[in-house]
Design a binder for this molecule. Structure first.
Ligand code: APR
Ligand code: MG
Length: 280
């Protein structure tokens, strides 16, 4: 199955690399994450990615989304704070960005000129940035001090690289590590046996997850989880790998006692507390 014989990021790897929450820590220790997600027709994306982030060790979360989206998210995620029309605020430079530990943008975002401006502003900053869904377009990336993490599914990978999904399917490990090196970014190619490739050539395959994840919204949850883990891990590579592993492990926990036909994306993070606990 693992045709490229890539090394597998295992439960043992996770046990060795998950951070401890220091007894004397406070929310500032883990920093504030910025999540730009959700729009009028895709409000749930803000909730799903917000839940993923807030369940993943973050100190504080600020969600930038359209005004109309906020009332639907707040009842389920009262812990976050909100930036009304956050995408426009990032794009026009009126939001102070140096306060953030990390940012994620894309779930439920429509790719347009404003979104492109917002992405440019974020990748001009010196914290880690996760780009997903609507934030995944073909573009070059300049050298920067902190990582850029792209989380495409095969269709999105094809869109940003020009490689057809048929070719990609034959040589996933090869194409992912090649484009991670060429673009100078980290790429998480999602799907059955997610491949994670870093710009220095290091490449891993994830062994967790199952077809219960083949349903709308589960990728948004992962994006939030990566954001949260970036805020609580010292090593950003471990943050990415552990987020992918635990996201899949939550689905495996579901599938142990429930039909894989039935998982809802917003339920995934309900399992994270006990699944995470097994590895720390
Ligand atoms: N086995 C294991 N994991 C799987 C499987 C499978 N068979 N199928 C899907 N997954 C996992 C992927 O690895 C990924 O983590 O489920 C998640 C699906 O993520 P996306 O493809 O991004 O799906 P979704 O959350 O619906 O995306 C929301 O953003 O990407 C756009 O077009 C997408 O509009 C949609 C939105
Ligand atoms: Mg997606």
């Amino acid at each position: 199955e693992n045709k490229a014989r890539l090394p597998v990021w295992t439960g043992h790897s996770v046990e060795k690399t998950l951070p401890i929450r220091d007894q004397k820590s406070h929310k500032g220790t883990y920093g504030t994450g910025l999540l730009i997600a959700g729009s009028r027709d895709m409000p749930g994306a803000a909730l799903l990615s917000g839940l993923g982030a807030m369940r993943s060790g973050i100190g504080k979360l600020e969600i930038g989304t359209e005004s109309e989206v906020i009332p639907s998210v707040v009842p389920v995620l009262p812990e976050a704070t909100y930036i009304r029309n956050g995408l426009e605020r990032v794009a026009d430079g009126t939001l102070e960005l140096h306060r953030y530990r990390a940012a994620a943008i894309g779930p439920g975002i429509v790719p347009n000129r404003i979104a492109e401006h917002a992405i440019e502003q974020l990748i001009d900053c010196d914290f880690p940035v996760v780009l997903d869904a609507g934030a995944l377009t073909e573009r070059p990336y300049n050298e920067r001090p902190a990582p850029i993490i792209l989380t495409p599914h095969p269709g999105e990978f094809s869109r940003i690289t020009g490689v057809s999904t048929t070719d990609l399917e034959k040589r996933r490990g090869y194409y992912v590590s090649r484009f991670a090196k060429e673009l100078g970014v980290t790429i998480v190619l999602k799907g059955h046996q997610t491949v994670i490739a870093f710009p220095d050539g290091e490449t891993w395959v994830n062994a967790t997850g199952n077809a219960s994840l083949a349903k709308g919204g589960t990728g948004d949850t992962l994006t939030g989880m990566i954001l949260g883990m970036l805020c609580c891990h010292e090593d950003w590579k471990h943050a990415v790998l552990n987020a992918v592993f635990l996201h899949g492990a939550c689905a495996d926990h579901w599938a142990a006692t429930r039909s894989t036909q039935t998982l809802l994306a917003h339920e995934l993070t309900n399992f994270l507390p006990e699944v995470w606990k097994k590895y720390e």
